[in-house]
Design a protein. Structure first.
Ligand SMILES: Nc1ncnc2c1ncn2[C@@H]1O[C@H](COP(=O)(O)OP(=O)(O)O)[C@@H](O)[C@H]1O
Ligand SMILES: [Mg+2]
Length: 142
């Protein structure tokens, strides 16, 4: 995969293929930010990356705030949507999570708490086109 990456996908299967390609360049310690309106496919994308690593029980961390998976690979999946203030993130130990160089870290709704985002990350933007189509843009920032 070459960055910046940009593609209009017209089905879940096409999004899965992008997730597969992206999973091939991911290594431990990487942080992946996922932006886009509700229902544009952020969680769907993370699920499909995880599936590539043999992790299949992935659910949305919208209520739990953070989910962790270990299966050879270590994945940490955040969703900031329901967080109201920075203190809640500090209380769950966000700084320690973000310093973990053994895990791939996904964050949905990162722009709600920009101050805790490190400088090196992949940023994925999802835009709704129609029921089955999405515009996906992936930038590498390092
Ligand atoms: N091309 C597509 N890519 C990703 N998801 C799609 C696509 N077409 C339809 N969908 C559906 O859109 C929804 C995305 O939901 P979800 O991943 O939970 O969104 P988010 O985490 O961004 O709120 C899922 O129900 C998924 O099946
Ligand atoms: Mg989600």
């Amino acid at each position: 995969m070459v960055f910046p990456f940009h593609k209009i996908v017209n089905s879940e299967a096409e999004t899965s293929l992008v997730a597969k390609e992206f999973s091939e360049i991911l290594s431990p310690g990487k942080i992946v930010l996922l932006n886009g309106d509700l229902g544009t496919g952020k969680t769907f994308f993370v699920k499909n990356v995880c599936a590539q690593f043999g992790i299949v029980n992935v659910s949305s961390p919208s209520f739990s705030i953070v989910n962790e998976y270990h299966n050879g690979k270590k994945i940490i999946h955040f969703d900031f949507y329901r967080i109201k203030k920075y203190e809640e993130l500090y209380d769950i130990g966000i700084d320690d999570y973000l310093m973990n160089k053994e895990a791939v870290i996904f964050i949905e709704w990162p722009d709600l708490f920009p101050d805790i985002i490190p400088n090196n990350y992949f940023k994925i933007d999802f835009k709704f086109v129609n029921n089955s189509s999405r515009e996906i843009t992936i930038l590498r920032h390092e």
